[in-house]
Design a protein around this ligand. Structure first.
Ligand code: ATP
Length: 248
């Protein structure tokens, strides 16, 4: 569904993505994990066309994305920090997004809106609040609802539960599981690995912009003997550190 080939990105002298290749298929829920600054958001933004890579190629459903934007209609994106016009009310943000999507869309496509999460979060009661007046968590809820709104084939979620209260986190995780069951491709980053346990089919681990591994979660569980993602990753990382010390 998405193929990334030898992707590279630097900011000045800092190599943020070393040549990185990966293929993502429908029905996968890929957890993109790595330390702060390892290049996860840069990788995601490259797929979304928000960061222009220095080298390499990304294709979506077999077509290179370079210079194109139509493919973005098939991707729902929840950014780490959503930015919205301060004075716009929540209802206006949703209306604006629907208007933008409504243009050049066939009636059949424009009819289907997934507003389940809007109701589950109780957002209609807050529709007349302006974006600048919202708490961080409520702003995150708006971002989440927009990612799911147009029933996209792919969901890219950057730290989706950060800032959400426990109930909202569970509501969002249930929604992600539901969309996963429909066979969508889900790409998700989080530092809260316990949030990923139920969801993950595959783990992509980045460090210093380099892909350390991209494997099914069962592989990770087998080689570490750990069921929980957090423990499995910790086990791999501490073994790597030990072997680095031996090689020093
Ligand atoms: N626009 C930019 N200009 C300069 N440097 C940047 C820019 N965007 C990202 N970087 C740098 O690239 C590196 C990777 O950043 P990125 O946001 O991709 O990491 P991350 O793995 O998502 O981190 P986190 O877990 O903290 O969200 C960091 O060192 C960051 O400072």
């Amino acid at each position: 569904m998405i193929t990334v080939t030898k992707l590279e990105k630097s900011y000045g002298r800092l190599k943020v993505l070393q040549p990185l290749s990966a293929t993502f298929q429908a029905e996968q829920a890929v957890s993109l994990i790595g330390p702060n600054g390892s290049g996860k958001t840069t990788f995601i933004k490259s797929i979304l066309g928000l960061v222009v890579p220095d080298a390499g190629e990304i294709s979506f459903l077999g077509e290179p994305i370079r210079g194109g934007w139509q493919y973005r209609r098939d991707i729902g994106y929840m950014p780490q920090i959503g930015r919205y016009p301060d004075n716009m009310k929540i209802r206006q943000v949703f209306a604006m997004m629907k208007d933008l999507r409504g243009t050049n869309q066939s009636p059949a496509q424009s009819n289907y809106l997934d507003e389940e999460l809007i109701r589950a979060f109780g957002l209609p009661a807050l529709f007349d609040k302006t974006m600048q007046s919202l708490s961080g968590g409520t702003r995150q809820k708006v971002s989440a609802c927009l990612a799911f709104l147009f029933d996209p084939k792919v969901l890219i979620l950057d730290e989706p539960t950060a800032g959400l209260d426990p109930l909202a986190s569970e509501i969002l995780k249930d929604k992600i599981l539901k969309e996963k069951a429909k066979g969508k491709l889900i790409l998700i980053t989080s530092h809260v690995l316990s949030d990923l346990d139920e969801l993950t089919t595959d783990v992509m681990y980045l460090q210093d912009g380099q892909l350390q591994f991209f494997k099914p979660v069962e592989w990770l569980q087998d080689i570490t003997g750990e069921v929980k993602l957090g423990r499995a990753i910790a086990s791999i990382m501490s073994n790597e550190r030990k072997s680095e010390r031996v090689n020093e």
